[in-house]
Write a protein that binds this ligand. Structure first.
Ligand code: IMP
Ligand code: MG
Length: 186
């Protein structure tokens, strides 16, 4: 689905499919170099990170393993609740593993700081973070993101895995959701 297919629901376009692909390629180059010769485990955070994970994993030239976690910090609204709950845990034992968490977006940072601490406590050799988007103005806790894609303003965005009430994940680009879509449900 293209951004133009849902233009009524969009305030503006942020990133096209091509801009996203270029950024992922850039991040993959750095990850390839930093983990050369290592056995890297990518941990995707469901559901938002599926597109980033799929494209990043294929952009890498390293052999990697993939695992998934599902955590919830949001309801169906647009504000972070600060409450993190594991909905689906990893299948992989993290002892001595080099782990790279793959995320769509860092908003308050609450989800990722919690997740990074949680994975470190399982005996991983290292736990770094790759996030395609970051909203610095929304940060409630500081998180060290080793591989950061784009910095964006504090607006609610959709597409490329990012949803509003589980919709819009299949957009090829990323856009700002028009307020009329959510203003009656808050
Ligand atoms: P945080 O704990 O506030 O950093 O929230 C992180 C999670 O909230 C992300 O993994 C997303 O699933 C979701 N999220 C945060 N901002 C947005 C947004 O603008 N659009 C869609 N989902 C978002
Ligand atoms: Mg989400």
């Amino acid at each position: 689905m293209q951004l133009s297919d849902i233009s009524d629901d969009l305030e503006s376009t942020l990133f096209t499919e091509q801009q996203i692909a270029d950024k992922i390629a850039e991040l993959a180059l750095r990850i390839d170099a930093d983990y050369a010769g290592e056995r890297l485990l990518l941990v995707g955070v469901l559901k938002g990170a599926v597109m980033v994970m799929a494209d990043l994993a294929r952009a890498l030239t390293l052999p990697i393993e993939m695992d998934w976690m599902a955590v919830s910090s949001y309801g169906s609204g647009t504000q972070s609740s600060g409450v993190v709950k594991i909905l689906k845990d990893l299948d992989t034992d993290l002892t001595d593993r080099k782990v790279l968490i793959v995320e769509d977006i860092i908003d308050s940072g609450l989800t990722l700081s919690w997740l990074q601490a949680n994975l470190r406590s399982r005996g991983a050799a290292s736990v770094e973070i790759c996030a395609l988007l970051r909203k610095p103005a929304a940060a409630k806790v500081q998180v060290q993101v080793r591989y950061a894609g784009f910095e964006i303003a504090n607006e609610f965005v959709i597409g490329y895995g990012l949803d509003y009430a589980d919709k819009y994940r299949n957009l090829r680009g990323i856009g700002v959701l028009a307020p009329h879509v959510y203003k009656n449900t808050q």
